[in-house]
Design a protein around this ligand. Structure first.
Ligand code: AMP
Ligand code: MG
Length: 342
């Protein structure tokens, strides 16, 4: 199959054509403000099946349903609690997914058979245009091969899924760069399942108390060494193994310079680039700028695949604001191989 690139800036029918593919039961690469998604009609189980096939994604991993207008939430879910309504008012459209009791017509393949469904209203105008034109809610995970770093440009999507999907809709580089924050309302208290573009601090401002999922707490703990229990799969991973070095930026830069070999790649804060100029080095923005780090990390991880490095050392931001999401993705890319420099 040839994958075509549909560009709304040069083709006024690009969105119509992508929507037509969705209505015909096909999958389409879709830009969002977080990462590119691989979209299909969420109400068509055969279409959703093509997402899993194209990505090589395990079927027990549920998908997020994307809507274009907040009113559509009541058609996807029921018993939406007050807190979820407040979050929607505060952060939609935007990088926030809420897990809520699912409506009966949402197919099992979307939710992996769970009684809940993840819903998001994206901010990217091309994504919302596409969903409106398709006239259906759109299931979409990140548009990468399963296990690889997420895609933040159409070129990334083409590199992973070219030949496997009929079309990619161009929307420019993603503004946020890491996936949405996921909050579950399935329990007594709202619970953070995945840190993302909306920070834990922002969630707490609106909701008061927010629990942190146990899996995430273990990832955040200082005692995490080689692998946290239950973490079966590598995620977001480039080909070479990644080692995350946590601590004060000066200390982690010093640690990495001491442990480097000729075959080591380095992902560092911009102000430490001078230390690693003789190596395959990529920068992610300054230590004080986690918004830029979020925008750059997946592209940087992908770039190491074009080199012959045998391992990649990376610095890691503090667990604050969107830095929590950046640190989470880096640790997952490393399969939780984390060094704490104190
Ligand atoms: P991706 O789109 O690749 O970022 O993956 C979507 C993620 O959303 C999955 O890995 C799940 O962890 C999460 N998710 C989606 N729906 C649910 C749900 N009903 N309950 C819990 N997590 C969900
Ligand atoms: Mg993903």
């Amino acid at each position: 199959m040839e994958t075509i690139l549909l560009n709304p800036t040069s083709d006024p029918y690009a969105v119509d054509r992508a929507a037509g593919l969705l209505r015909a039961g096909e999958v389409v690469g879709m830009p969002t403000e977080t990462v590119y998604g691989l979209a299909a009609n969420a109400l068509d189980p055969a279409a959703v099946g093509k997402i899993f096939a194209a990505k090589g994604r395990p079927q027990d991993n549920p998908l997020i349903v994307h809507i274009a207008d907040a009113e559509a939430l009541e058609r996807i879910c029921h018993d939406v609690p007050e807190g979820a309504k407040r979050l929607a008012a505060a952060f939609w459209p935007g990088p926030l997914t809420m897990v809520l009791p699912r409506a009966p017509h949402i197919p099992d393949i979307v939710t992996a058979g769970l009684p809940t469904v993840g819903v998001r209203l994206p901010a990217h105008p091309v994504a919302r245009d596409l969903i409106r034109h398709a006239g259906v809610p759109v299931a979409a995970p990140s548009a990468n091969l399963s296990g690889r770093p997420s895609t933040t440009t159409s070129a990334h999507v083409l590199a992973d899924l070219g030949g496997r999907i009929p079309a990619i809709l161009e929307g420019g580089p993603c503004e946020v760069g890491v996936e949405s924050t996921i909050v579950s309302f399935a329990g007594a208290l709202p619970r953070l399942l995945r840190p993302g573009g909306v920070s834990l601090e922002q969630l707490r401002e609106v909701l008061g108390e927010v629990e942190i999922d146990r899996a995430l707490r273990e990832q955040l703990g200082d005692d995490v060494q080689v692998s946290a229990p239950g973490m079966k799969y590598r995620h977001y991973a480039p080909k070479a193994p990644v080692i995350v070095v946590c601590g004060a930026p000066e200390d982690t830069a010093a640690y990495i310079s001491k442990h480097l070999t000729n075959e080591t790649g380095v992902l560092c804060f911009t102000e430490f680039a001078y230390l690693f100029e003789m190596h395959e080095m990529r920068t992610m923005g300054t230590a004080a700028d986690p918004l830029t780090q979020a925008r750059r990390i997946f592209d940087a991880l992908r770039q190491f695949d074009e080199t012959d490095v045998h391992e990649i050392y990376t610095q890691c931001p503090a667990d604050e604001g969107i830095g929590l999401a950046v640190a989470n993705r880096l640790k997952k890319a490393a399969g939780f191989k984390v060094v704490n420099v104190v």
